[in-house]
Structure formats: structure tokens, C-alpha cells
Design a protein around this ligand. Structure first.
Ligand code: GUN
Length: 279
């Protein structure tokens, strides 16, 4: 079975849109502000997609663009202005940032209640302690994709490739909360293949083209491919799709798997932030 992330994302966005419309009828408006620094080509594409889908859902979306040379202070001042602006429900600073701007300083400046990415230490801490966190969009999207195949994940062995703050670590927290037994693997893990082979649920988020081969996958596993890698003008994942789909019970394609769900979850998070600050 191929998991259709596009289709699932359309259902999610429809739900968000319905809720946004109800709120609009009550005179409320939901706003998402995205800060984009520089011209990193993947970021330009991601931000354009985020803006387009936000508008589709009735969310008022603005992209604030800065040249690569913008000072850290100018960005911090803008974040403070957005924190204070009651029309702005969610703030997202697209990563990566230029070298002279400290990521931690920027993330820490965002009001945690408007932190649609769930990257602020308060949200990271809330996720780790299992309470009421705004959850990073990509792992949240992955969880919904997994649950579209199997709702009860209790006792499953989940293996995550990658330990990033954006994906691997929050993914592990979410799967722990679902009562999975979780292994996080990374570039220093010995015998990655044998670790992967134990997985009932495999989430690949390392950014290495087709690292995971079909013979790394346990028969009947659920395989989620977070990778977005360019290869000869095509986008391919971290999982070798053709050899893996014959082993997996269910697998996400790239593109059309995790990507659309990341955006759908961003819109869901924006709505959640609105509720936290305005209701
Ligand atoms: N760059 C790549 N993925 C993301 C994301 O989920 N959020 C932000 N802010 N930047 C990113």
C-alpha cells in the first residue's frame, strides 16, 4: 500500500478551512507570518507552498523577506513586533538561517504560544514531558500518516533514522507517547541495516539519497520517508522506493507523502496557536 499524503493533507486542510470559516463568521481572523531570509532555493519553494496552502484554508498569510545580509537585531525586532501584533496567530522563521544569525536566539525570541513550528524550548520541553505542546509539523504529519495505516501503535518497535531537533527527536517523543518502543539511529550507529530490520515502523529523516534499501526493511513494516533529495533533476527520498515497497505493508512516496502533510500540520498548528492566544 502506498500512503497518499496528498489526499490525507487535502482532508486535513478542508477541516482547518471549515474551522477558520466558522471563526471568521464570529469576526475573528487567523494570521500566519513567515520570515524568509536569503534566497536558499528549497526555502523559496517551501515558503511559497506554505503561503499558498494557508490562503486556501482562509488563513491570512504574509511572507516577510529579508536579504541574506540582514542583521540579527533587525530580525529580532520584527519578531517582537509580530509577538505584540494580535492579528498574528503564528510566526515561522524559515530555516536554515545565514551563518551570522544565531538560530537559537531567533527561535527563543518567538512567543511560545505563536511558535507554529514547535521549536521554542518551552514547546520542546512540553513535548518531552507529554503535556499540551505545539508539535513540530513534519513529525506530527508523519504520525498522522502512520496512524492512517494503523491506529493502535502500542508495543510496536519504531526505528528513526536521524536525531535532528526538527524531525528525529520530536518524532521519537510522539512515538513514545503512542507506547512504541523507540530506537533513534544516527550517523555513528553501528550496523544501521540490522537496526532498521527490527522496525515495525521505520521513519527515515537523514537527507541521504536512497540510503535505506529493500533488504533493510522487515516484511510488513510501515515506512515513512521524510527525505527530500535532488537527483538528476528529480526529487527522491531517503528510502529506495521500488525495492522497499515490496517489503513494506505501507510506504510514503517522495514527493506526495510527508511533504503535503507537513504543510497541513502547519495550518493545524496555526489554528491551535490562534486558540491559545485569542479564545
Ligand atoms: N526548514 C526545513 N523544514 C522546516 C520547518 O519545518 N520549519 C522551518 N521553520 N524551517 C524549515
Amino acid at each position: 500500500m502506498i500512503i497518499d499524503g496528498k489526499k490525507l493533507s487535502i482532508e486535513f486542510i478542508k477541516e482547518v478551512k471549515e474551522e477558520v470559516e466558522t471563526l471568521k463568521k464570529q469576526g475573528k481572523s487567523i494570521g500566519l507570518s513567515v520570515i524568509l531570509i536569503g534566497e536558499y532555493p528549497p526555502s523559496l519553494i517551501y515558503v511559497k507552498n506554505k503561503e499558498k496552502k494557508a490562503k486556501e484554508a482562509g488563513i491570512i498569510s504574509e511572507v516577510i523577506k529579508y536579504p541574506n545580509e540582514v542583521s540579527e537585531n533587525e530580525v529580532l525586532n520584527k519578531i517582537e513586533e509580530l509577538n505584540q501584533n494580535s492579528k498574528v496567530s503564528g510566526i515561522l522563521v524559515q530555516l536554515p538561517l545565514p551563518g551570522h544569525i544565531k538560530k537559537e536566539k531567533i527561535i527563543n525570541a518567538i512567543n511560545p504560544l505563536k511558535d507554529v513550528d514547535g521549536f521554542h524550548p518551552i514547546n520542546v520541553g512540553n513535548l518531552a514531558s507529554g503535556t499540551n505542546a505545539i508539535t513540530p509539523c513534519t513529525p506530527l504529519g508523519c504520525l498522522y500518516l502512520i496512524k492512517s495505516v494503523e491506529n493502535n501503535l502500542e508495543g510496536k518497535h519504531a526505528v528513526i533514522l536521524g536525531r535532528s531537533n526538527l524531525n528525529g527527536k520530536p518524532m521519537a517523543q510522539l512515538l513514545l507517547k503512542e507506547n512504541c518502543t523507540v530506537t533513534i539511529t544516527h550517523s555513528k550507529t553501528k550496523d544501521l541495516k540490522s537496526e532498521c530490520k527490527k522496525a515495525d515502523i521505520l521513519v527515515a529523516a537523514v537527507g541521504v539519497k536512497e540510503l535505506v534499501k529493500g533488504d533493510w526493511i522487515k516484511k510488513g513494516a510501515i515506512v515513512i520517508d521524510v527525505g527530500i533529495n535532488k537527483s538528476n533533476g528529480k526529487i527522491i527520498g531517503d528510502v529506495e522506493f521500488d525495492s522497499s515497497k515490496v517489503m513494506a505493508k505501507a510506504i510514503t512516496p517522495v514527493p506526495g507523502g510527508v511533504g503535503p502533510m507537513t504543510i497541513a500540520c502547519l495550518l493545524k498548528n496555526t489554528l491551535e496557536c490562534f486558540k491559545k492566544t485569542s479564545l
